[in-house]
Design a protein around this ligand. Structure first.
Ligand code: S3P
Length: 436
């Protein structure tokens, strides 16, 4: 599918970004581990989170839409009713995680503890993404698990069951790996200790603690003590800051804009993008800060800003990696050079995001160069119109959509349907901000 985006005269309005993808996955998967029912308000409608529900249903979890009491607009909440991990049934079919790395990696932790045989696969992109980072420590925990290329690639077959606790130094700072091992650790025969080199998003730890799990966090070390009975927890999912980031950048870069983003999650392990944009000179105001379901939430207000290039590297990368493509676009409009380093992990996302971001933004006239582990962008203050492609990567499709709003001419994006993975209403929200 192709989508044509015309440069916008103005960007004005007020939107609620879509429900947080990371929190939605966790709300469904973690609640399924507990016996009983939980209601998840504002569960993500993105394809990734639907893949998670499809897999959970294959193991006997009931996930049903229920109308929200008092709501006239027909909005629904999701009710998860589960027999708990011990009551899961052996799936008859191969579990398909679609495009979703989070689904596959989290479920590997779940399946490692489930006493049956299962096979997990995904779409063409997911079948090329590294799974050894989870398979190897799960093998160390005593799990029978095999996959293509020595366990590095899906399809992956698991014979779950009894697991040992391990003391594990994580070579890759990854919230998905950490979460998968925390889940497996909950069902081990002793404590599992995970030693991280750098912080990554901590939604799993927050939610499991609310469910009664025994986790001891000491800086970069997480200890999982098995044995606690997990209780289901109702979750109200806030807006996804990784989706809000597209409008933050669009509004900062556009010369005539003022945008409000309501109810956005600003967990400190996710909100680095705000700090980076502020360091670049973006005029962002954070209002109405409050806590919802153990997660900090706020409204973000942003208007046209003069940006300056920055360096993004080291411990910033794991907590801003999903926003790198859109930050690269911001850098095209910033004075001076922006350097992004230590970001080789972007090469194993839904696309090789260093290659695809550099290639597509260059095709629009950006002065952007790919390095082994990052990008170097000389800000020129403009992008041209043109035709580009998403490589099936939702974050690239949305970055190119924003490029169309601020370029000199229209941008046509092929593979524009990729936005459905995390933000099915992206083009509608764009229309809303440009027709005011
Ligand atoms: C996610 C973690 C991140 C991120 C992904 C979602 C999560 O990956 O890129 O989009 O929900 O845990 P890492 O596992 O590399 O941190």
């Amino acid at each position: 599918m192709k989508h044509r985006v015309q440069p916008a005269n103005r960007l004005v309005g007020d939107i609620c970004p879509p429900s947080d993808k990371s929190v939605s996955h966790r709300a469904a998967i973690l609640n399924s581990l507990a016996e009983g029912a939980a209601v998840i308000e504002n569960y993500s409608g993105g394809a990734d989170c639907q893949s998670t529900l499809r897999c959970l249903r294959s193991m006997g979890v009931i996930a049903e839409n229920i109308p929200i009491e008092g709501s006239e607009s027909g909005t629904h909440s999701l009710k998860i009713s589960s027999p708990g991990l011990e009551g899961f049934i052996e799936p008859r079919e191969i579990l398909n995680a679609g495009n979703s790395g989070t689904t596959m990696r989290f479920l590997l932790g779940v399946l490692a503890a489930a006493p049956f045989v299962s096979v997990l696969t995904g779409d063409r992109s997911l079948r090329t993404r590294p799974m050894g980072r989870i398979v190897h420590p799960l093998v160390e925990m005593g799990c029978n698990i095999i996959g293509r290329q020595g366990g590095s690639l899906a399809p992956i077959a698991v014979r779950g069951g009894s697991l040992h606790g391990i003391d594990y130094e994580m070579p890759v700072p990854s919230a998905q790996v950490k979460s998968s091992l925390i889940i497996a650790g909950l069902f081990g025969d002793g404590s599992t200790i995970l030693r991280q080199r750098s912080y990554s998003r901590d939604h799993t730890e927050r939610m499991l603690e609310a469910m009664g799990a025994s986790l001891v966090e000491d800086g970069l070390v997480v200890e999982v003590r098995p044995g606690a009975i997990l209780k289901p927890v109702n979750v109200k999912v806030s807006g996804d800051i990784s989706a809000a980031a597209f409008w933050l950048v669009a509004s900062a870069v556009h010369p005539d804009s003022s945008v409000q983003l309501r109810n956005v999650g600003i967990n400190p392990t996710r909100s680095e993008v705000i700090d980076i944009l502020k360091a670049m000179g973006a005029k962002i105001r954070i209002e109405n800060r409050h806590i919802e379901g153990g997660e900090p939430v706020a409204d973000l207000l942003i208007e046209s800003s003069e940006l300056t290039g920055v360096e993004i590297s080291g411990t910033q990368i794991p907590i801003v990696q999903d926003e790198v493509p859109i930050l690269a676009l911001a850098a095209c409009f910033a004075k001076g050079t922006t350097i992004i380093r230590d970001a080789a992990e972007l090469r194993v996302k839904e696309s090789d995001r260093l290659f695809t971001t550099a290639k597509e933004l260059s095709s629009l006239g950006a002065h952007i160069r790919e390095t082994d582990d990052g990008l170097v962008i000389e800000g020129t203050g403009y992008l041209n119109g043109g035709s580009c492609r998403s490589y099936g990567d939702h974050r690239l499709a949305m970055t190119l959509g924003v490029a169309g709003l601020v370029a000199k001419d229209a941008v046509v994006i092929s593979g524009s349907e990729a936005v459905d993975v995390s933000y099915p209403g992206f083009w509608d929200d764009m229309d809303m901000l440009t027709t005011n």
